[in-house]
Design a protein around this ligand. Sequence first.
Ligand code: HMG
Ligand code: MG
Length: 302
Amino acid sequence: MNLPSKVTLVDVGPRDGLQNEKEPVATAHKAQLVAMLQTAGLKEIEVTSFVSPKWVPQMADNAALMAAIERRPGVRYSVLTPNLQGLQAALPTRPDEIVVFAAATEAFSQKNINCSIAESIDRFAPVVALAHEAGIKVRGALSCALGCPYQGEVSADEVERLVLLFKGIGVDHLGVADTIGVGTPRKVQDAMARALKHYPLEQVSGHFHDTYGQALANIYACLEMGVYIFDSSVAGLGGCPYAKGATGNVATEDVVFMLDGLGIETGIDIDKLVDAGLFISDALGRLPVSRVGRALLAKRAG
Ligand code: HMG
Ligand code: MG
């Protein structure tokens, strides 16, 4: 079986990883995390979100953080924008890519963005158009593609329905997101197949929270289909404010270790990545969640 020879990882740690932190994380620490991820070789970083600070207080420093990061050539910086207000606030901060996010289920859509699926698509349409006018690529994140904390099972047909809605408003890239980490490899392949019916391989990615420990297996299942872009979160940071009990994204360190073992190129230096994970975990006063991060730190200490 031919797996891709290269994989692109999008580190969503500064955004998805930190958005759920109860105590404010200093903007300087977030900027330092972005810097360390770049030093480790990450070329795609999801920095922050331009959402309501009443809903997600941790992201309230969005513009300050975008101004504080030291941008390096060849690195792309993305931000979440749930509506025109978010995009208008984001545009002066010069993101390379914006992310709109919808859910496969009505209940999650209401809890996360306070509107129905249809309303969310109506809201995103002018966001996509304005972003394109500004020459900015738009990623669409499809939450609850493998299951919903409120409605349970989600079928591949429901996933495809949302894929088509995103495509209908001109979203450039489709991210299949397992918000609560309940997906297993064959189900993930079924969902991915629906995305790949309507989007080319280079515009489809996987976003797997590791709540049930399935994320690496799910990434491998995607590699078998040729999918080569994945979101991950350094140190396994994260959780979703609107999906109780959901843990972070799959840890970037764990994905890189697996890909290194498979001989798949990522351009990421695992030791420097572990440094980044240790830095932010220290700032949060805890150990990295990443199994690989912990193992390599134990090896260093020994
Ligand atoms: P709403 O309350 O329905 O919005 O929220 P509204 O348009 O009625 O406005 C109400 C107030 O919010 C107004 O302020 C607006 O100015 C303000 P007030 O007049 O009351 O002072 N407002 C904003 N402020 C700043 N930035 C904005 C903005 N929009 C309105 N963009 C809204 C709707 C979508 C804004 C809200 O529900 C929200 O911000 N939700 C947060 C959603 C979120 O961040 N979720 C986590 C990220 S998604 C995720 O983690 C999933 C993902 O990782 C994939 C996966 O794993 O599934 C991507
Ligand atoms: Mg997520």
